[in-house]
Unconditional design. Structure first.
Length: 279
């Protein structure tokens, strides 16, 4: 089904798909439509063999300021009258990973390809949660973060209480979640939220370069399985994780990618790994 996006821009330039939240006048605050469009675009990127990795970013001077206040007002008043989004229904992510990855936005962790956040400005509320749910964060120095949950009479939403302590520790997580204080990209790097600290205007390019390097040197199937290992094993005892890794390693030893990886190393040439779709 052909879909015209209204609140995002989606473009693919082999091997990268870029999803740009595109409501710059509202600092890319989420609408119900934008959330559905992001989900639909992620499914499209998963299904496209040209795509090795995906970047999520924002247009203008913001990444995402959280949920649009109009949408929040509808929620607080019990108004469920929203536009029909049936054309945007999609089910991205690997359901074989289990139910933990099918609760509201936890599906982002099950996307079968690397998902990088290029965080270029204001990042607050649910936008902050989406940043946490990306696999790596490329954060520009001037980006501004805040949670605001406690100041709105809310609690840490959609897995922030699970994700944030694992990234930066419980004390730092409580500092941020309790106080709702603002902090910039440089502090985000010091805290451990930024895998890459970027100069202004360079996050998307640095994330693109990272994916291009992966596409040139790494097996897309290996990327997919390693991602699944990391997130599944956060929920497992060590012994169970080791057993599953041993089983998956036996499978990987039988793949064509293993043979190609060895041959390319022996022949001193770049590997030619098979791209993957969402199957």
């Amino acid at each position: 089904m052909s879909v015209t996006y209204q609140d995002i821009i989606y473009r693919v330039e082999d091997p990268v798909a870029v999803i740009t939240m595109n409501r710059p006048d509202q600092l890319n605050a989420f609408t119900n439509r934008m959330l559905a469009e992001i989900r639909h675009a992620l499914a499209a990127a998963e299904a496209d063999e040209a795509v090795v990795g995906i970047i999520l970013t924002g247009a203008g001077r913001g990444f995402c300021a959280g949920m649009d206040m109009g949408s929040l007002d509808n929620l607080s008043s019990g108004n469920n009258d929203v536009e029909d989004l049936s054309a945007l229904k999609a089910n991205p992510g690997d359901r074989a990973l289990g139910d933990n990855f099918q609760v509201t936005f936890s599906y982002l962790l099950s996307i079968r390809k690397p998902l990088l956040g290029a965080i270029n400005g204001a990042c607050a509320g649910l936008g902050f949660v989406f940043a946490l749910l990306t696999d790596m964060r490329f954060i520009e120095k001037q980006a501004k973060f805040s949670t605001a949950f406690s100041q709105r009479g809310l609690i840490a939403e959609h897995g922030a209480s699970w994700l944030l302590p694992r990234l930066i520790g419980s004390g730092r997580a409580l500092d941020i979640l309790w106080s709702s204080r603002k902090f910039d990209g440089e502090e985000a790097a010091r805290l451990g939220l930024a895998e890459r600290l970027c100069d202004t205007g360079t996050a998307v390019q640095q994330a693109t370069d990272f994916i291009r390097d992966l596409a040139a040197n790494a097996s897309p199937t290996s990327l997919r399985v390693i991602k699944a290992q990391v997130y599944r094993h956060l929920n497992m005892p060590l012994g169970e994780a080791m057993k599953e890794s041993n089983e998956w390693m036996e499978t990987s030893l039988k793949r064509d990618d293993f043979r190609e990886g060895v041959r390319s190393f022996m022949e001193r040439r770049p590997p030619n790994f098979r791209r993957i779709s969402g199957d």
